[in-house]
Design a protein. Structure first.
Lengths: 124, 700
């Protein structure tokens, strides 16, 4: 189906990616997964997802940088980004927002919390 | 025996005098050579000079005049033999005694013995006097040295002060101090007037070791010393000349230096002139005097080392907790997510028993997350990394919110939850979210420890400083008190806390035995966190309890004026700037015209743009004392930011004064930079105020 929304999940923690993927697919979304920053960035440009879930601490390119690179590019700046991280300091939150991420969620998070945020952006 | 010098060319007279002196022990010498006579007197080789007025080969009066001052100084008597009708009054004045011609043998003898007796008495007196002066000087040195010793906690400096004192009071040729810092750090400090030959240096080392071994006689020596391990420190005054082994033949004094009962080192001094009894006393006193301050210095060093170690440990602990907690969060999220998926039934049907155990797992994962959050909070607030958002707020708002949140939980246990709030409560600077955290902790604890059908009362009130029971404020370090406080208390009718456990409730990881804590899934960190959070508000938290009757937890938060709040913030920010080696800028602005605040309003409007343009600056604070006074604090602002801000203020000032046509100097401002202009918050504020005052004075 062409109107199935595509979600790209980028996180080096495979278990987290898998649980997120399972729940989001159960909601009827199509999920793509990447386990490092570089792959994640390339996939984002290739498949143009409707939304991205992005971890901060990752090998090669970190989440902040991916977000900044996408948000400063007219082609991709409209992709909503939900940042997920284990870091919780206020400064980190500020940096996250400066990079243009739309949402910011700290680990450990409730799956429902993520799903609700996703729905907010993808279902009007 | 002292000699008597006769200046006379009259042979009969000579015979007469020598006859008169046969019974006295003094030898008589004669001379008519002026140079020789003066030489005898100056070198103190004679006790008395007898001059004949009528001597022909030289002028008696000129000779006496030449001898006079030296004779007085050296206490040498001058006797004159004069004509019966002499007119030489000068000679009579200058001589100590005189005899008239013709000489009467008896008068002459008594004259001479009288003069010599007088001389002896004066000599004894002046010797005593000079000894007294020397003792006085030594006492003075001792006193000064002991004052200096008391003022230092540095071992090396103490040794230096002692040697300096010894040098002043004894003027030694050479001294050495053998200092045992520890087993492999042994120093030989040599202070010498002249240089030291290599073989002297070596023999001093050996001598020091031998003296050290001799001190312990047959007892075991504390350390074995190897002569090659001794580190030599030399202070030479005049390196042009050099001492060799012969210095070891000089007179010497020796003393051990002890710290309390423990051996610390030893000292020996050498001097060409023999040491007197006073010198010995002085030396021993000084060697003893240094012992107490050395002991203090050793203790101080120990405390300092322990402190540094503790600080490092504390930091490591915080870092460790922070890292571990972050690492724990990720796997915990994966576990939690998996459980949720299973429980949602989307991964397959869940039967009742599986559901029960999955729920149990989920409950415990949630509990574990709680513990990790607590640990993180604690390490953050301890490391001063927690950011607070203090705002002037009515504390009833968060208190009421928590009361409503817990109403249902209380109802489940049929506990009555009452809120008795002061409607006229003062506004205080609080971080609402953190106060909610503290309140939720206190109220949930109260519910945990109160039996069914019990009662919990939450109360808010205004109190004054005097109402605080200072004996009960546990563990507050260097507390600062304010005039007014708001107090919140949570009283339950629960099981109570035993008096011996009361002190421990705010300690980390202290779980009170027999408490319901474990059973009820507490982390034992809630109260320590609450304490830290309240202390960050400059407040106090305390507990009162009676076993089986109930417990009351209370906290008080100061009601600060804007100025007090500003000072508190300034203190906090300067401390932060100090630890991070950053700068901080303080700007003071005063508007002279009381009826209008147009300029300050303009500055406030410009506030945001000022901050944005000064690089890293995070936050700005201001205070209004009389509405015409403004203070701005700019953390991380540097010299460039300072000049930028000054320019900015000047430009606003310029625009404003044109618009209002007011005087050009209706506004005064000053900027001071930390740490360039001041070392702490108080100094910073004073400097800024002084600058403002100077500007006012300059205008008048």
């Amino acid at each position: 189906m062409s109107n199935t929304k595509k979600i790209l999940i980028v996180d080096d923690e495979q278990d987290i990616v898998e649980t997120l993927k399972f729940m989001l697919e159960a909601q009827g979304y199509e999920c793509f997964c990447a386990y490092d920053g570089e792959t994640g960035l390339n996939m984002a440009k290739e498949i143009l997802p409707d939304l991205m879930i992005l971890d901060v601490m990752m090998p090669k390119i970190n989440g902040y940088k991916i977000s900044r690179l996408l948000k400063y590019d007219n082609k991709y700046k409209n992709i909503p980004i939900i940042m997920v991280t284990a870091r919780s300091q206020e400064d980190d939150k500020l940096i996250g927002q400066e990079t243009g991420a739309n949402e910011y969620i700290t680990k450990p998070f409730e799956l429902d919390e993520v799903i609700n945020k996703v729905k907010e952006y993808l279902e009007d | 025996m002292s000699k008597i010098l006769l200046v006379s060319d009259n042979e009969t007279q000579k015979d007469l005098i020598s006859k008169a002196l046969t019974k006295s022990p003094n030898a008589l010498i004669c001379s008519l050579d002026e140079t020789a006579i003066i030489n005898y007197v100056e070198k103190r080789q004679v006790a008395m000079v007898i001059i004949d007025e009528e001597v022909e080969s030289l002028d008696a009066i000129i000779l006496v005049k030449k001898l006079h001052s030296t004779a007085i100084k050296e206490n040498i008597a001058i006797a004159a033999i004069v004509k019966n009708d002499t007119e030489n009054t000068d000679l009579l004045k200058l001589a100590n005694v005189y005899v008239t011609k013709p000489i009467n043998e008896k008068i002459l003898t008594s004259c001479i013995t009288g003069s010599l007796k007088l001389k002896k008495a004066i000599d004894t007196l002046s010797l005593n006097n000079s000894e007294l002066a020397k003792s006085l000087y030594q006492l003075d040195v001792l006193y000064n040295t002991s004052t200096q010793l008391a003022g230092s906690l540095d071992k090396q400096k103490l040794i230096d002060i002692m040697i300096d004192g010894l040098e002043k009071s004894l003027s030694f040729s050479l001294s050495y101090v053998l200092v045992f810092n520890d087993e492999h750090n042994i120093e030989l400090i040599i202070n010498s007037l002249y240089g030291i030959s290599p073989r002297l240096e070596h023999s001093l080392k050996l001598r020091a070791i031998l003296s050290y071994k001799a001190l312990f006689d047959k007892k075991r020596i504390p350390y074995d010393i190897n002569v090659n391990e001794i580190k030599v420190i030399k202070n030479i005054k005049h390196p042009i000349e050099e001492y060799d082994l012969n210095i070891l033949k000089f007179d010497n004094l020796f003393a051990p230096i002890n710290i309390g009962e423990k051996f610390f080192g030893l000292i020996e001094v050498f001097r060409e002139n023999d040491f007197t009894q006073e010198d010995t006393t002085c030396f021993q006193t000084l060697a003893r005097q240094v012992s107490l301050p050395l002991e203090n210095a050793a203790l101080y060093e120990e405390i300092k080392n322990t402190n540094t170690k503790l600080e490092k440990l504390e930091r490591l602990k915080s870092e460790f907790i922070s890292i571990v907690s972050h690492e724990l969060r990720t796997p915990l999220t994966a576990i939690k997510n998996s459980l949720e998926i299973c429980l949602s039934g989307k991964a397959g049907e869940v039967n009742a028993i599986t559901d029960k155990f999955l729920n149990m797992a989920k409950r415990n994962v949630t509990r574990l997350s709680g513990i990790i959050n607590d640990l993180l909070d604690l390490s953050k607030v301890e490391a001063g990394k927690m950011d607070f958002k203090f705002e002037k707020t009515n504390i009833n708002i968060p208190v009421e919110f928590i009361k409503n949140t817990f109403e249902n939980v209380a109802k489940e246990k049929n506990i009555e939850l009452i809120l008795e709030k002061e409607n006229d409560i003062s506004l205080a600077y609080i971080d609402t979210q953190r106060i909610e955290q503290v309140m939720s902790n206190l109220v949930s604890n109260a519910i945990k420890f109160t039996n069914e059908n019990g009662k919990i009362k939450i109360k808010t009130e205004n109190i004054r400083e005097n109402d605080l029971d200072k004996s009960i404020l546990l563990g507050a370090q260097n507390p600062v008190f304010y005039e007014n406080y708001i107090k919140v208390s949570v009283s339950d009718s629960g099981i109570g806390i035993a008096p011996e456990d009361l002190k421990k409730v705010f300690d980390q990881f202290q779980q009170i035995e027999n408490s319901l804590n474990r059973k009820n899934g507490g982390t034992g960190l809630g109260l320590p966190i609450a304490k830290q959070l309240i202390e960050a508000h400059k407040g106090f938290i305390w507990v009162e309890s009676e076993l089986d009757r109930g417990t009351t937890f209370s906290f008080a938060i100061p009601v600060m004026s804007e100025k007090e709040k500003f000072i508190t913030d300034l203190e906090k920010e300067t401390l932060k700037a100090k630890t991070c080696s950053q700068s901080l800028l303080l700007v003071l602005i005063e508007e002279k015209k009381e009826e209008q605040n147009s300029f300050i309003d303009a500055i406030k409007q410009e506030k945001i743009s000022i901050i944005r343009k000064t690089s890293n600056t995070k936050e700005v604070y201001y205070l209004e004392e009389n509405k015409n006074y403004l203070a701005i604090m700019l953390p991380e602002a540097d010299k460039f930011a300072q000049s930028f801000i000054e320019k900015k203020i000047e430009s606003i000032l310029h625009n404003e004064s044109e618009e209002t046509q007011s005087e050009k100097y209706a506004i005064l401002y000053s900027t001071v930079l930390f740490p360039d202009n001041a070392q702490d918050a108080t100094e910073l504020m004073e400097k800024a105020k002084d600058l403002l005052k100077n500007k006012v004075e300059a205008l008048l």
